[in-house]
Each structure stands twice: as C-alpha cells, then as structure tokens.
Design a protein around this ligand. Structure first.
Ligand code: IVH
Length: 677
C-alpha cells in the first residue's frame, strides 16, 4: 500500500522544514521559530508517518532516536588516528610556531586558517555513500567508543550529506552543548531534584555517554566540524579554509568565526578579536586553533608524536579567583605520591565552584611561599585540576601555619620518603597502605583496564575498609553474598557487579598490563609492551635492556617495569589473578609483529576480486599493517584493485610502492601461518 500523493508531499515538506530549522538553530545560531512551533511540526510529521509507515525512511528527522538502549559501547579503531594539538600560551609561543613553519617550508610568510577551539569532546563521523553510518569518540586517539545511536540524536549532525555521496567520508569535529541549552538543562535537573552539571563540557560528555539514546536526545547537544579523517571518492580541497567551506556545503556546522590570516601578526590579531567576543559566543571556547592553510604544506610539515607540526592551539589564559586558604593537607596517590592539597573557602572559578586545589609538591609551596590562612589566587583552566597559583595577601603566618611535609603517611603510618633528586615525596607502604590499595583497585577496575563496571569509588572504599579486598585478585574470590551484605547494596546491584567481575576475567594482555598500575606505564605503553613481548611471561622475564627494545620504551620506563616484576608481592599478585581465572589472548599481537605488513602503512584503492575492502583491511591488520585513507609520503604500499582512482596517481607521483592484486595476495599468502614463536 502506498501513501496518497498529498501525504507524501507533506511529509517531504515537513522533513525539509524541520532540517532547515535544525540548521537555523545549530548552524546559523538564528532560530526562526519557537520550540513549541518546532515540536508541532515534528508532531505532525510523526503522525503522518504513523499513519503511513512507508513514509518513515531511516533518514527522516523523526528517526534520529533509535530503538533500544545498548549494554555498552563497542570499541572502534580509528582508520586515521585522532590527534591532539600542541598548546601555545603566549605571544612568544605563537611566534615560535610561525617561525618553525616558515623555516620548515622555506617560505617568507605562511597563511594560516584560524578558528575557535571548541570546548567539548572530539568525535569522528563516518558517512558511506552519503549516509551517516558510524560515529565514535576520540578515546585514546587510536581507539574510541561507538556512540552512533547517540550521535544520530544530535540535530546539528546531518544524517545524509548534501550534494555529494563519496564512498567514504569521515568528518571530525567537536560535540558540545550550547550555553542556553546547558542552562535550561540545569534548570530542569534542579526542578526534578536531579544533579546539575558544573559546565557545558561536562554536561555534553555525560550526555554523549548515555546508554539510552532517548536520554541523549533529551539533552540537546550540538556539533561543529573542523577536519577530516579517512576518505574515499572524495577529492579534498587544497586548503583547510576550502575544506571548512566544503564541509559547510555538505551540511555541517562549521565555525562562523574562521579566517585565513598571514603570519604571526595575523594570528595574534585573530586571537585578540576572538578573545574580545568570547563571552558573547553561544558556546564555550578555551582558545583558538591555527592551522597551516595549504594541505600540501601540512603534509610537508608532518607530525611529532601525537600532534601535527602544522597546527597549534593558542589557549586563553586560565581563569583566576581569590580566596582564603583554610588548610593544607596531604593526599596519597595510587603510586604513593604525596600531594599537598589546599582546602579553600569555596570560590567560583573557570565555570565551577572550587574548594580543593593542588599545591603540587613541597618545593612548589616553598617557592611560592604559601602558608595556611593566606589569601591565595586559585587558577583553573579547562579540564585541568585547579591549582593555587600564588599568594595574594599573606595571612597571620603563626607557627602552625607553615606547611611541613609529614614524616608518616596519614593513611597507613608508613614512612614518607623522598629520594635524592626527586621532587615528589612518597609513602613507602606500598599495598599495605589503604590509600594505595584503593587507588590501585580503582585503576585495575577502570574502563581502559579490566573494565569492571560498577566498581567505583564508594564500593572500593567499602570493600577495602571492611577488609574484604586487599588486592585485585581478592575481587574474584569475593562472591555475591559478601557483596550483597554490604551497606546500601541492593541484591540487584550486587548481581550486576558480580557479573561485571566475572566478565572482566577475559581480557587482553594490553589491558591487563595497564591495569597492573606500573609507574610510567600508561595505556599506550602497555599496548606497545604487549605487542612487543606477546606474552606476559616474556614481558616478566625481560631485563631493562630487553625492555628498551620495545618501541618508545626508554630507561625510566624500563627500570620501572623491571622493578615492578622484580618485587615478590607483585609476582604473587599476578599468580593469584591467573589462578582466579583471569586470562587473555596471547601471541596475536606478536604474530602481527612478524606478519607480512608489520609496521607498514597501506592504502587500499579500487576493487579487489578476491575479497571485500573490509576483509582486505582485516587481513592487512592481522599481518601487522595499518590501513589509512589517503596516500602520503608516509605510505608504504598502495594496493590497487580494478578501477583504482586518484590514489593510484598520487602513489605514482610520490613514488610509493604499488601492489596489484596478485602481488598483494602473494605477500599476504606468504605470511600465512607464520609460526608463533
Ligand atoms: S583540530 C590534527 N580544530 O582540541 C588536529 N581541534 O587539543 C586535530 N578542538 O582533540 C584537531 N576545537 O577535540 C581542531 N577547531 C578545532 C578544535 C579542535 C576544539 C579539540 C579537539 C582535539 C583537541 C586537541
């Protein structure tokens, strides 16, 4: 049965009208109708689609909110990593950035594309043949979380591209909450007796990570596009400014305040101009971003570590406020580091009320001459922990007002020691110290480690204080009865936590190594170590010299890792975890490291007869390679199937090795079944 032509026409008109109002609100910041009128149009379309279900295409504005809440977000590997930006804090930093670009490009003057630095969360949106198919958070830059269902609810994000439908287009940008939406959200939360959010950024982050897309939809998030990820069948413009214009044409909101300027003077003028109108903008920004405008120049400049050499974030100065320093206490961190913390008379700064701030360490307190009861300047920038910047006015400064590092840990009474040449004092109690035990457990259970959902601050506190859990291995022998017997723990929550603990037993070597909480071993280093050594036994057996053979592992990390595994109680803890059933797949990474494409960057173009593109990508990754979307000087191979296009030309132009299908299969085939040594 098909709908009457009048209904078809009206539905189309409504859909177009609704998307137009979405753009007016989110892109142009110039709404023409009230929320009530918008809801009316929306309601009319919903009613039409209910009467004629065949009218409700997946791209209809009514279909933004998907059906079911998910259990958890799946992991997504970014085809092109999501990088971060280097920061500039002063005019000198900006001058130095411009000088480096000019020198590297051997140019008298460089043009830059400037735009605001949105204070939200980075996401990557994938469009296949013009349709939005997948969206992910930045995560650690190489892997993020699949939040497609939630991103679909953001009306500023087009579900269908306008005017073009490339095979693949990944658009990068920032999800944020407009100030007016933040304020009405907090009003609603307060009226409903729910918790309010400290700033739009936190509200946006919390909203994007809702498991039920309905909740995200109710939060009204916004989006601005600022870059590109992988692309196929899309000829990118030769400049960044051109890219932003093109993204706008495709239907994405981009910064209205964007401009191409020449040289350092142009950059600083842009900074001053945006700084002056910062508070009048409908959203929070924490600086401006400068990008070398010509894409060819960007490619010539390349990257350092995880940030491009061709871009920099010029941050606005941190906000400051004055308040009284009530007391100085010390906190014990996961690795036993003792941090002096200022207890403050509450003060509003950088968008939140602050009553604690870090004093960093004893030397800093001496250098800044900070005493209890002084009036101090508190500083807070973006997501950074608030700090005491300096003394505004000294207090009475009587004997008890001076800070002295305690001799004993306030948590366990063990001696506090400070090694020669180190600035940080540490509690020597190790896992005897409940503070360190709690922090170690929290880290072990955290999302990027063993990912035990529901095992948060409060529960860990209860478990350790009740003496039920001392080390991570104890979690696995705890059992549901003991959990349920805890105060304020409902039967259902206990069952959920128990299930999460069980589930965490199957993990990856990288997560496990990260979860151990070895000093200087963050997530990236853990991945590198897991990939290099392949098995935990190999890693544990390595001495400092062998450890340094792993990528990016220097003497400090190597010492720390070797030292950790040399400790009897650490080895014992690991054995207990294994005995409790914690396991991981071993050898995969190592197989990949020995594979035919180990360490190689590969670009696929054209159609292969023997396998789909996804399959080809999987095979290359299993053989240790990395597949990216565009050809550059860093590309090792271009695999060219039938009807290969511009990427093949680019490869020839840059002298990148081209593999046709038989050569590709031969290379893959030769590596198959490589022994797992
Ligand atoms: S470009 C390779 N442009 O800043 C360059 N980033 O510190 C990638 N951000 O993770 C980023 N506004 O979340 C770029 N106009 C803008 C931005 C912007 C905000 C964020 C983004 C990124 C972080 C880097």
């Amino acid at each position: 049965m098909s709908a009457p032509p009048a209904a078809v026409a009206r539905a189309r008109e409504l859909a177009r009208e609704i998307e137009r109002h979405n753009r007016l609100y989110y892109v142009d910041d110039a709404p023409e109708i009230s929320d009530a009128r918008y809801d009316e149009l929306f309601g009319e379309l919903q009613a039409l689609e209910a009467a004629h279900p065949e009218l409700a295409s997946p791209d209809s504005p009514t279909q933004r909110v998907g059906a079911l809440p998910s259990e958890a977000f799946a992991e997504v590997t970014h085809r092109v990593p999501m990088l971060s930006l280097a920061n500039a804090f002063s005019d000198e930093d900006v001058a130095a950035f411009d000088r480096r670009c000019r020198e590297a490009l051997a140019a008298d003057s460089v043009d830059y594309s400037c735009e605001p630095k949105f204070d939200g969360l980075a996401v990557s949106l994938a469009y296949e043949h013009g349709r939005f198919v997948r969206g992910a958070t930045r995560g650690d830059g190489s892997q993020g979380e699949d939040v497609t269902a939630n991103l679909r609810t953001i009306r500023a994000i087009p579900l269908v591209l306008e005017g073009e439908a490339p095979a693949l287009l990944e658009v990068r940008g920032e999800v944020l909450m407009l100030r007016r939406d933040f304020e009405s959200l907090n009003r609603r939360q307060a009226e409903a007796g729910e918790k309010t959010f400290v700033n739009p950024r936190n509200a946006a982050a919390g909203s994007l990570r809702q498991l039920d897309p309905k909740l995200t939809a109710a939060r009204r998030l916004s989006f601005f596009a600022y870059g590109l990820g992988a692309a196929d069948g899309f000829e990118p413009p030769p400049t960044h400014a051109g890219l932003l214009d093109r993204l706008a044409k495709l239907g994405f909101p981009v910064a209205k305040d964007r401009r191409v300027v020449a040289g350092e003077r142009g950059l600083l003028a842009f900074y001053a101009e945006i700084g002056a109108k910062r508070t009048a903008l409908p959203f929070d920004i924490d600086g401006v971003v400068y990008k070398v405008n010509r894409v060819a120049d960007q490619q010539a400049l390349g990257f350092v570590a995880r940030a491009p050499r061709w871009a920099v974030a010029h941050k606005f100065p941190a906000e400051e406020a004055t308040t009284e320093l009530l007391d100085i206490e010390v906190q014990v961190g996961r690795t036993g580091a003792i941090t002096p913390v200022a207890r403050l008379a509450p003060v509003f700064v950088g968008g939140t009320t602050v009553s604690n701030a870090t004093l960093h360490n004893e030397d800093e307190i001496r250098r800044k001459e900070i005493w209890r009861r002084d009036t101090v300047v508190v500083r807070r920038a973006g997501d950074v922990i608030p700090e005491v910047a300096r003394v505004a006015k000294p207090g009475p400064r009587e004997a008890g007002d001076a800070f002295l590092m305690p001799m004993a840990c306030p948590q366990c009474g063990s001696a506090i020691v400070k090694l020669e040449g180190e600035v940080i004092a540490r509690c020597s109690g190790g896992l005897v110290c409940p503070a360190q035990r709690k922090a170690a457990l929290l880290h072990f259970a955290s999302r990027r480690a063993l990912d035990i959902e529901g095992l948060g601050d409060k529960l860990v506190e209860q478990l350790v204080d009740a003496g039920l859990v001392r080390t991570p291995a104890d979690l696995y022998t705890l059992g549901i009865a003991k959990l349920a017997a805890l105060e304020r723990m409902a039967e259902k929550s206990a069952a959920n936590v128990q299930a999460a603990i069980e589930k965490s037993k199957a993990t990856t070597l990288a997560r496990f190594v990260f979860g151990l909480g070895i000093r200087h071993v963050g997530e990236v280093t853990a991945k590198d170590l897991a990939a290099h050594f392949g098995t935990l036994d190999a890693l544990m057996a390595a001495d400092a010299a062998q450890l340094q053979e792993a990528p990016d592992v220097g003497p400090v990390v190597a010492e720390s890792v070797a030292g950790f595994f040399a400790e009897g109680h650490n080895r014992e803890g690991i054995e207990m975890l294994r005995a409790a059933g914690v396991h991981w797949t071993e050898g995969e990474a190592r197989r990949a490291a020995a594979g035919a494409f180990a360490g190689k960057i590969v670009v696929l173009t054209g159609t292969l007869a023997a396998m789909s593109r996804d399959e080809a990508k999987e095979r290359i990754e299993a053989a240790g390679g990395k597949v990216t979307g565009s050809v550059s000087k860093k590309t090792h191979f271009v695999v060219a199937g039938e009807e290969a296009g511009s990427k093949l030309d680019k490869a020839r132009e840059l002298g990148v090795e081209v593999l046709d299908e038989p050569a590709f299969l031969a290379r893959l085939g030769g590596a198959r079944g490589a022994p797992d040594t």
